[in-house]
Design a protein around this ligand. Structure first.
Ligand SMILES: Cc1ncc(COP(=O)(O)O)c(C=O)c1O
Length: 405
Protein backbone atom coordinates (compact mmCIF):
# COMPACT_ATOMS: atom_id res chain seq x y z
CA UNK A 1 0.00 0.00 0.00
CA UNK A 2 1.33 3.43 -0.86
CA UNK A 3 1.48 6.69 0.98
CA UNK A 4 -1.55 7.99 -0.92
CA UNK A 5 -3.80 5.62 0.95
CA UNK A 6 -2.19 5.94 4.32
CA UNK A 7 -1.93 9.71 4.13
CA UNK A 8 -5.68 9.97 4.81
CA UNK A 9 -5.12 8.82 8.37
CA UNK A 10 -8.06 7.45 10.36
CA UNK A 11 -9.51 9.90 12.86
CA UNK A 12 -7.89 9.82 16.32
CA UNK A 13 -9.34 7.26 18.74
CA UNK A 14 -11.01 9.97 20.78
CA UNK A 15 -13.55 10.28 17.91
CA UNK A 16 -16.74 8.19 18.14
CA UNK A 17 -16.21 4.71 16.76
CA UNK A 18 -18.66 5.36 13.89
CA UNK A 19 -16.53 8.32 12.74
CA UNK A 20 -13.30 6.32 12.98
CA UNK A 21 -14.93 3.58 10.91
CA UNK A 22 -16.17 6.05 8.31
CA UNK A 23 -12.77 7.73 8.08
CA UNK A 24 -11.12 4.35 7.47
CA UNK A 25 -13.66 3.53 4.73
CA UNK A 26 -13.05 6.85 3.02
CA UNK A 27 -9.29 6.37 3.25
CA UNK A 28 -9.61 3.03 1.47
CA UNK A 29 -11.80 4.41 -1.32
CA UNK A 30 -10.01 7.54 -2.53
CA UNK A 31 -11.67 9.24 -5.48
CA UNK A 32 -14.76 7.02 -5.37
CA UNK A 33 -17.96 9.05 -5.62
CA UNK A 34 -20.86 8.30 -3.29
CA UNK A 35 -23.31 6.63 -3.09
CA UNK A 36 -21.21 3.49 -3.05
CA UNK A 37 -23.20 0.26 -3.31
CA UNK A 38 -22.29 -2.95 -1.52
CA UNK A 39 -21.54 -4.98 -4.65
CA UNK A 40 -22.80 -3.58 -7.91
CA UNK A 41 -22.14 -5.47 -11.14
CA UNK A 42 -19.70 -4.16 -13.75
CA UNK A 43 -19.72 -5.19 -17.42
CA UNK A 44 -16.37 -4.65 -19.09
CA UNK A 45 -16.20 -7.39 -21.73
CA UNK A 46 -18.41 -9.05 -24.32
CA UNK A 47 -21.70 -8.78 -22.38
CA UNK A 48 -23.44 -6.49 -24.83
CA UNK A 49 -22.19 -8.36 -27.90
CA UNK A 50 -23.29 -11.78 -26.58
CA UNK A 51 -26.72 -10.58 -25.45
CA UNK A 52 -27.13 -8.91 -28.85
CA UNK A 53 -26.31 -12.24 -30.53
CA UNK A 54 -29.19 -13.86 -28.64
CA UNK A 55 -31.55 -11.12 -29.75
CA UNK A 56 -30.37 -11.31 -33.35
CA UNK A 57 -30.72 -15.09 -33.51
CA UNK A 58 -34.04 -15.08 -31.66
CA UNK A 59 -32.59 -17.72 -29.31
CA UNK A 60 -33.38 -16.11 -25.99
CA UNK A 61 -34.81 -19.09 -24.15
CA UNK A 62 -33.64 -22.62 -23.25
CA UNK A 63 -31.08 -24.91 -24.89
CA UNK A 64 -29.20 -22.23 -26.80
CA UNK A 65 -25.50 -22.25 -27.58
CA UNK A 66 -24.63 -19.87 -24.73
CA UNK A 67 -26.38 -22.14 -22.21
CA UNK A 68 -24.16 -25.06 -23.19
CA UNK A 69 -21.06 -22.86 -23.42
CA UNK A 70 -21.71 -21.42 -19.96
CA UNK A 71 -21.93 -24.91 -18.45
CA UNK A 72 -18.72 -25.93 -20.21
CA UNK A 73 -16.90 -22.83 -18.96
CA UNK A 74 -18.04 -23.54 -15.40
CA UNK A 75 -16.84 -27.14 -15.51
CA UNK A 76 -13.50 -25.97 -16.93
CA UNK A 77 -13.09 -23.34 -14.22
CA UNK A 78 -14.00 -25.58 -11.29
CA UNK A 79 -12.83 -28.95 -12.57
CA UNK A 80 -16.30 -30.41 -11.94
CA UNK A 81 -17.36 -33.31 -14.16
CA UNK A 82 -20.71 -31.83 -15.19
CA UNK A 83 -22.89 -28.79 -14.74
CA UNK A 84 -26.56 -27.88 -14.99
CA UNK A 85 -27.24 -24.15 -15.19
CA UNK A 86 -30.53 -23.13 -13.60
CA UNK A 87 -32.53 -20.01 -12.81
CA UNK A 88 -31.23 -19.37 -9.28
CA UNK A 89 -28.85 -20.55 -6.62
CA UNK A 90 -31.82 -21.42 -4.43
CA UNK A 91 -33.26 -23.90 -6.92
CA UNK A 92 -29.74 -25.25 -7.54
CA UNK A 93 -29.61 -26.25 -3.86
CA UNK A 94 -33.16 -27.58 -3.96
CA UNK A 95 -32.36 -29.83 -6.94
CA UNK A 96 -29.05 -30.96 -5.46
CA UNK A 97 -30.93 -32.05 -2.33
CA UNK A 98 -33.57 -33.82 -4.43
CA UNK A 99 -31.14 -35.79 -6.60
CA UNK A 100 -29.21 -37.12 -3.63
CA UNK A 101 -32.50 -38.35 -2.18
CA UNK A 102 -33.27 -35.89 0.62
CA UNK A 103 -36.93 -36.32 1.49
CA UNK A 104 -39.73 -34.77 3.47
CA UNK A 105 -39.16 -35.31 7.18
CA UNK A 106 -35.36 -35.54 6.89
CA UNK A 107 -32.94 -33.24 8.70
CA UNK A 108 -30.09 -31.53 6.84
CA UNK A 109 -27.13 -30.22 8.83
CA UNK A 110 -26.75 -26.61 7.80
CA UNK A 111 -25.32 -23.38 9.20
CA UNK A 112 -27.50 -20.86 10.96
CA UNK A 113 -24.99 -18.23 9.86
CA UNK A 114 -25.90 -18.12 6.17
CA UNK A 115 -28.12 -16.30 3.73
CA UNK A 116 -31.66 -17.59 4.23
CA UNK A 117 -31.70 -19.26 0.77
CA UNK A 118 -29.55 -22.16 2.01
CA UNK A 119 -32.18 -23.14 4.53
CA UNK A 120 -35.18 -22.16 2.39
CA UNK A 121 -33.99 -24.72 -0.17
CA UNK A 122 -33.99 -27.41 2.52
CA UNK A 123 -37.56 -26.46 3.41
CA UNK A 124 -38.54 -26.54 -0.28
CA UNK A 125 -37.91 -30.30 -0.38
CA UNK A 126 -39.94 -30.76 2.82
CA UNK A 127 -36.89 -31.40 5.01
CA UNK A 128 -35.76 -29.23 7.92
CA UNK A 129 -32.44 -27.60 8.69
CA UNK A 130 -30.58 -28.91 11.71
CA UNK A 131 -28.54 -25.86 12.60
CA UNK A 132 -24.82 -26.11 13.21
CA UNK A 133 -22.39 -23.55 14.61
CA UNK A 134 -19.73 -21.53 12.79
CA UNK A 135 -16.17 -20.49 13.55
CA UNK A 136 -14.64 -17.01 13.48
CA UNK A 137 -11.74 -17.95 11.16
CA UNK A 138 -13.85 -18.65 8.03
CA UNK A 139 -17.38 -17.84 9.29
CA UNK A 140 -18.12 -21.38 8.03
CA UNK A 141 -18.92 -24.64 9.82
CA UNK A 142 -16.98 -25.32 13.01
CA UNK A 143 -15.96 -28.85 12.07
CA UNK A 144 -14.45 -29.88 15.42
CA UNK A 145 -17.60 -28.83 17.24
CA UNK A 146 -19.73 -30.65 14.67
CA UNK A 147 -17.73 -33.86 15.15
CA UNK A 148 -18.25 -33.78 18.93
CA UNK A 149 -21.92 -32.95 18.50
CA UNK A 150 -22.56 -35.85 16.13
CA UNK A 151 -20.89 -38.19 18.63
CA UNK A 152 -23.48 -36.98 21.15
CA UNK A 153 -26.69 -36.97 19.11
CA UNK A 154 -26.25 -39.21 16.07
CA UNK A 155 -26.35 -42.96 15.53
CA UNK A 156 -25.53 -44.97 12.43
CA UNK A 157 -28.35 -47.23 11.26
CA UNK A 158 -28.57 -49.44 8.15
CA UNK A 159 -30.37 -46.46 6.50
CA UNK A 160 -27.55 -44.05 7.37
CA UNK A 161 -27.16 -41.59 10.22
CA UNK A 162 -30.11 -40.69 12.42
CA UNK A 163 -30.71 -38.04 15.05
CA UNK A 164 -31.25 -40.08 18.23
CA UNK A 165 -33.13 -37.18 19.84
CA UNK A 166 -35.76 -36.72 17.09
CA UNK A 167 -35.64 -40.10 15.34
CA UNK A 168 -35.29 -38.32 11.99
CA UNK A 169 -32.79 -39.24 9.30
CA UNK A 170 -29.75 -36.96 8.97
CA UNK A 171 -29.81 -36.85 5.20
CA UNK A 172 -26.96 -34.49 4.26
CA UNK A 173 -24.65 -31.72 5.32
CA UNK A 174 -24.58 -28.36 3.53
CA UNK A 175 -21.44 -26.34 4.30
CA UNK A 176 -21.49 -22.75 3.00
CA UNK A 177 -18.30 -20.85 2.07
CA UNK A 178 -19.22 -17.52 3.65
CA UNK A 179 -18.31 -14.39 1.64
CA UNK A 180 -16.02 -16.62 -0.46
CA UNK A 181 -13.90 -17.94 2.46
CA UNK A 182 -13.77 -21.72 2.12
CA UNK A 183 -14.81 -24.03 4.93
CA UNK A 184 -12.08 -26.41 6.12
CA UNK A 185 -13.36 -29.05 3.72
CA UNK A 186 -10.83 -31.87 4.29
CA UNK A 187 -11.77 -31.93 7.97
CA UNK A 188 -15.47 -31.70 7.14
CA UNK A 189 -15.32 -34.46 4.51
CA UNK A 190 -13.61 -36.74 7.03
CA UNK A 191 -16.45 -36.23 9.53
CA UNK A 192 -19.03 -36.68 6.79
CA UNK A 193 -17.42 -39.91 5.66
CA UNK A 194 -17.34 -41.28 9.18
CA UNK A 195 -21.08 -40.66 9.48
CA UNK A 196 -21.90 -41.58 5.87
CA UNK A 197 -23.36 -38.11 5.35
CA UNK A 198 -23.65 -36.87 1.75
CA UNK A 199 -22.08 -33.41 1.35
CA UNK A 200 -23.40 -30.59 -0.84
CA UNK A 201 -21.26 -27.45 -1.05
CA UNK A 202 -23.23 -24.23 -0.96
CA UNK A 203 -20.64 -22.45 -3.10
CA UNK A 204 -23.08 -19.67 -4.04
CA UNK A 205 -20.65 -17.00 -2.84
CA UNK A 206 -17.32 -18.62 -3.66
CA UNK A 207 -16.83 -18.96 -7.41
CA UNK A 208 -13.12 -18.34 -7.95
CA UNK A 209 -12.07 -19.26 -4.39
CA UNK A 210 -9.74 -22.17 -3.77
CA UNK A 211 -9.21 -24.49 -0.82
CA UNK A 212 -5.68 -25.95 -0.61
CA UNK A 213 -5.39 -25.18 -4.33
CA UNK A 214 -8.69 -26.87 -5.27
CA UNK A 215 -11.57 -24.72 -6.58
CA UNK A 216 -14.70 -24.25 -4.51
CA UNK A 217 -17.49 -26.01 -6.33
CA UNK A 218 -15.35 -29.14 -6.79
CA UNK A 219 -14.66 -29.98 -3.16
CA UNK A 220 -17.71 -32.19 -2.59
CA UNK A 221 -19.49 -34.61 -4.95
CA UNK A 222 -22.09 -31.94 -5.63
CA UNK A 223 -22.03 -28.13 -5.32
CA UNK A 224 -24.24 -25.13 -6.03
CA UNK A 225 -23.46 -21.67 -7.38
CA UNK A 226 -25.46 -18.43 -7.56
CA UNK A 227 -25.23 -15.77 -10.26
CA UNK A 228 -27.61 -13.19 -8.86
CA UNK A 229 -26.90 -9.52 -9.41
CA UNK A 230 -24.42 -9.09 -6.59
CA UNK A 231 -22.18 -12.10 -7.27
CA UNK A 232 -18.71 -12.09 -8.90
CA UNK A 233 -20.34 -13.49 -12.02
CA UNK A 234 -23.94 -12.50 -12.63
CA UNK A 235 -26.43 -13.72 -15.19
CA UNK A 236 -29.05 -11.28 -13.94
CA UNK A 237 -30.43 -14.15 -11.90
CA UNK A 238 -29.20 -17.70 -12.08
CA UNK A 239 -27.43 -20.61 -10.50
CA UNK A 240 -25.73 -23.88 -11.30
CA UNK A 241 -25.34 -27.35 -9.92
CA UNK A 242 -21.88 -28.84 -10.35
CA UNK A 243 -21.16 -32.51 -9.91
CA UNK A 244 -18.28 -34.91 -10.37
CA UNK A 245 -20.66 -37.47 -11.78
CA UNK A 246 -21.55 -36.96 -15.48
CA UNK A 247 -24.56 -39.30 -15.16
CA UNK A 248 -25.93 -37.23 -12.29
CA UNK A 249 -25.23 -34.08 -14.33
CA UNK A 250 -27.29 -35.49 -17.21
CA UNK A 251 -30.10 -36.36 -14.79
CA UNK A 252 -30.05 -32.81 -13.37
CA UNK A 253 -30.24 -31.27 -16.84
CA UNK A 254 -33.17 -33.58 -17.64
CA UNK A 255 -35.12 -32.89 -14.44
CA UNK A 256 -34.61 -29.13 -14.63
CA UNK A 257 -35.85 -29.08 -18.27
CA UNK A 258 -39.36 -30.33 -17.32
CA UNK A 259 -38.09 -33.95 -17.57
CA UNK A 260 -38.77 -33.87 -21.30
CA UNK A 261 -37.48 -36.85 -23.27
CA UNK A 262 -35.90 -35.47 -26.45
CA UNK A 263 -38.02 -36.07 -29.56
CA UNK A 264 -38.20 -34.09 -32.79
CA UNK A 265 -41.95 -33.40 -32.63
CA UNK A 266 -43.61 -35.10 -29.65
CA UNK A 267 -43.85 -33.95 -26.02
CA UNK A 268 -42.80 -36.95 -23.99
CA UNK A 269 -42.89 -36.58 -20.18
CA UNK A 270 -42.85 -39.65 -17.98
CA UNK A 271 -41.98 -38.17 -14.61
CA UNK A 272 -42.43 -34.93 -12.75
CA UNK A 273 -39.92 -32.31 -13.82
CA UNK A 274 -39.06 -28.70 -13.01
CA UNK A 275 -38.85 -25.74 -15.35
CA UNK A 276 -35.60 -24.43 -13.90
CA UNK A 277 -33.18 -24.23 -16.87
CA UNK A 278 -31.20 -21.02 -17.31
CA UNK A 279 -32.31 -19.17 -20.48
CA UNK A 280 -29.79 -18.51 -23.24
CA UNK A 281 -30.07 -14.75 -22.70
CA UNK A 282 -28.90 -15.04 -19.11
CA UNK A 283 -26.20 -17.55 -20.01
CA UNK A 284 -24.85 -15.13 -22.64
CA UNK A 285 -24.24 -12.57 -19.91
CA UNK A 286 -22.63 -15.27 -17.76
CA UNK A 287 -20.22 -16.36 -20.53
CA UNK A 288 -18.98 -12.81 -20.99
CA UNK A 289 -18.59 -12.30 -17.24
CA UNK A 290 -16.65 -15.54 -16.83
CA UNK A 291 -14.17 -14.37 -19.46
CA UNK A 292 -13.22 -11.37 -17.31
CA UNK A 293 -13.49 -13.02 -13.88
CA UNK A 294 -9.69 -13.16 -13.28
CA UNK A 295 -9.39 -9.36 -13.61
CA UNK A 296 -12.26 -8.78 -11.18
CA UNK A 297 -10.79 -11.22 -8.68
CA UNK A 298 -7.43 -9.44 -8.71
CA UNK A 299 -9.09 -6.03 -8.32
CA UNK A 300 -11.03 -7.38 -5.34
CA UNK A 301 -7.85 -8.69 -3.69
CA UNK A 302 -6.26 -5.27 -4.19
CA UNK A 303 -9.31 -3.61 -2.65
CA UNK A 304 -9.16 -5.97 0.35
CA UNK A 305 -5.46 -5.08 0.79
CA UNK A 306 -6.34 -1.40 0.70
CA UNK A 307 -9.00 -1.85 3.37
CA UNK A 308 -6.52 -3.82 5.49
CA UNK A 309 -4.04 -0.94 5.30
CA UNK A 310 -6.67 1.70 6.06
CA UNK A 311 -8.08 -0.31 8.98
CA UNK A 312 -4.67 -1.01 10.51
CA UNK A 313 -4.68 2.12 12.65
CA UNK A 314 -7.10 0.82 15.28
CA UNK A 315 -7.63 -2.28 17.39
CA UNK A 316 -11.40 -1.74 17.56
CA UNK A 317 -12.14 -3.33 14.15
CA UNK A 318 -10.20 -5.31 11.60
CA UNK A 319 -10.74 -6.87 8.22
CA UNK A 320 -11.77 -10.50 8.03
CA UNK A 321 -9.05 -12.33 6.08
CA UNK A 322 -9.02 -15.55 4.13
CA UNK A 323 -8.05 -18.61 6.21
CA UNK A 324 -4.39 -19.64 5.75
CA UNK A 325 -5.43 -22.82 3.89
CA UNK A 326 -7.39 -20.93 1.24
CA UNK A 327 -7.49 -18.23 -1.36
CA UNK A 328 -10.77 -16.35 -1.14
CA UNK A 329 -12.56 -14.57 -3.96
CA UNK A 330 -13.31 -11.88 -1.33
CA UNK A 331 -16.88 -11.72 -2.59
CA UNK A 332 -18.13 -9.57 0.28
CA UNK A 333 -15.50 -7.93 2.41
CA UNK A 334 -16.18 -7.77 6.11
CA UNK A 335 -14.98 -5.72 9.04
CA UNK A 336 -15.08 -7.42 12.42
CA UNK A 337 -15.73 -5.23 15.46
CA UNK A 338 -14.00 -5.91 18.77
CA UNK A 339 -16.33 -7.97 21.00
CA UNK A 340 -16.91 -5.03 23.36
CA UNK A 341 -18.02 -2.84 20.44
CA UNK A 342 -20.75 -5.17 19.08
CA UNK A 343 -23.38 -2.79 20.49
CA UNK A 344 -22.02 0.01 18.25
CA UNK A 345 -22.82 -1.79 15.00
CA UNK A 346 -26.07 -0.01 14.18
CA UNK A 347 -24.63 3.42 14.98
CA UNK A 348 -21.80 2.67 12.56
CA UNK A 349 -24.25 1.47 9.90
CA UNK A 350 -26.36 4.61 10.28
CA UNK A 351 -23.27 6.80 9.95
CA UNK A 352 -21.95 4.97 6.89
CA UNK A 353 -25.35 4.96 5.16
CA UNK A 354 -25.74 8.65 6.00
CA UNK A 355 -22.43 9.31 4.24
CA UNK A 356 -23.40 7.23 1.18
CA UNK A 357 -21.50 3.98 1.89
CA UNK A 358 -24.03 1.12 1.73
CA UNK A 359 -22.51 -1.10 4.39
CA UNK A 360 -24.63 -3.94 5.72
CA UNK A 361 -25.21 -6.00 8.84
CA UNK A 362 -24.63 -9.73 8.70
CA UNK A 363 -27.78 -11.78 7.98
CA UNK A 364 -29.92 -12.58 10.99
CA UNK A 365 -29.01 -16.03 12.21
CA UNK A 366 -31.45 -18.39 10.55
CA UNK A 367 -32.46 -20.20 13.76
CA UNK A 368 -33.90 -16.88 14.99
CA UNK A 369 -36.22 -16.59 11.94
CA UNK A 370 -39.87 -17.49 12.64
CA UNK A 371 -40.12 -20.23 9.99
CA UNK A 372 -37.15 -22.09 11.45
CA UNK A 373 -37.93 -21.63 15.13
CA UNK A 374 -38.80 -25.33 15.59
CA UNK A 375 -35.71 -26.63 13.78
CA UNK A 376 -33.24 -28.66 15.84
CA UNK A 377 -29.87 -27.09 16.57
CA UNK A 378 -26.61 -27.48 18.41
CA UNK A 379 -25.55 -24.70 20.79
CA UNK A 380 -24.89 -21.77 18.44
CA UNK A 381 -22.89 -19.62 20.82
CA UNK A 382 -20.07 -18.76 18.39
CA UNK A 383 -22.45 -17.68 15.59
CA UNK A 384 -24.44 -15.67 18.14
CA UNK A 385 -21.31 -13.92 19.40
CA UNK A 386 -20.01 -13.20 15.89
CA UNK A 387 -23.24 -12.02 14.27
CA UNK A 388 -23.45 -8.52 15.80
CA UNK A 389 -19.73 -7.91 15.19
CA UNK A 390 -19.72 -8.19 11.39
CA UNK A 391 -20.19 -5.30 8.99
CA UNK A 392 -20.01 -5.90 5.25
CA UNK A 393 -18.39 -3.05 3.39
CA UNK A 394 -18.47 -2.03 -0.29
CA UNK A 395 -16.71 -4.83 -2.16
CA UNK A 396 -17.18 -4.41 -5.90
CA UNK A 397 -14.00 -4.72 -8.01
CA UNK A 398 -14.56 -1.38 -9.75
CA UNK A 399 -14.03 0.36 -6.38
CA UNK A 400 -10.33 -0.41 -6.64
CA UNK A 401 -8.91 2.50 -8.52
CA UNK A 402 -5.36 1.52 -9.53
CA UNK A 403 -4.52 5.13 -10.38
CA UNK A 404 -4.66 6.08 -6.72
CA UNK A 405 -2.48 3.10 -5.63
C1 LIG B 1 -25.01 -18.62 0.69
C2 LIG B 1 -26.03 -18.50 -0.37
N1 LIG B 1 -26.77 -19.57 -0.68
C3 LIG B 1 -27.70 -19.51 -1.63
C4 LIG B 1 -27.95 -18.36 -2.33
C5 LIG B 1 -29.07 -18.33 -3.28
O1 LIG B 1 -28.82 -17.87 -4.53
P1 LIG B 1 -29.92 -17.08 -5.40
O2 LIG B 1 -30.07 -15.71 -4.83
O3 LIG B 1 -29.31 -17.11 -6.76
O4 LIG B 1 -31.19 -17.88 -5.33
C6 LIG B 1 -27.18 -17.21 -2.06
C7 LIG B 1 -27.33 -15.99 -2.85
O5 LIG B 1 -27.78 -15.01 -2.76
C8 LIG B 1 -26.21 -17.28 -1.03
O6 LIG B 1 -25.49 -16.20 -0.71
Amino acid sequence: MTQTVLSTAPAPMTAPLSQTFLAALKAALPGIATPVGLHEPVFTGNERAYVQQCLDSGWVSYNGAFGLKFEEMLTDLTGAGACAAVVSGTVAIEMALRVIGVQAGDEVLSPSLTFVATNNAIAHVGAMPHFIDSEIRSLGVDVAKLADYLDDIAELTPDGPRNRLTGRRLAAILPMHCFGHPVDMDALLAVAERWRLPVIEDAAESLGSTYRGRPCGSLAPIACLSFNGNKVVTTGGGGAILTRDPVLGQRLRFLTSTAKTPHPFEFIHEEIGWNYRLPNLNAALGCAMLETLPERLSAKRALQARYEAAFAGTNRFAMLREPDYAKSNYWLMAAVLAPEDAGERDTILKATHGAGYMCRALWRLNHTLPMFSASPRMPLNVAEAIQPRIINIPSAPQLFNPKSA
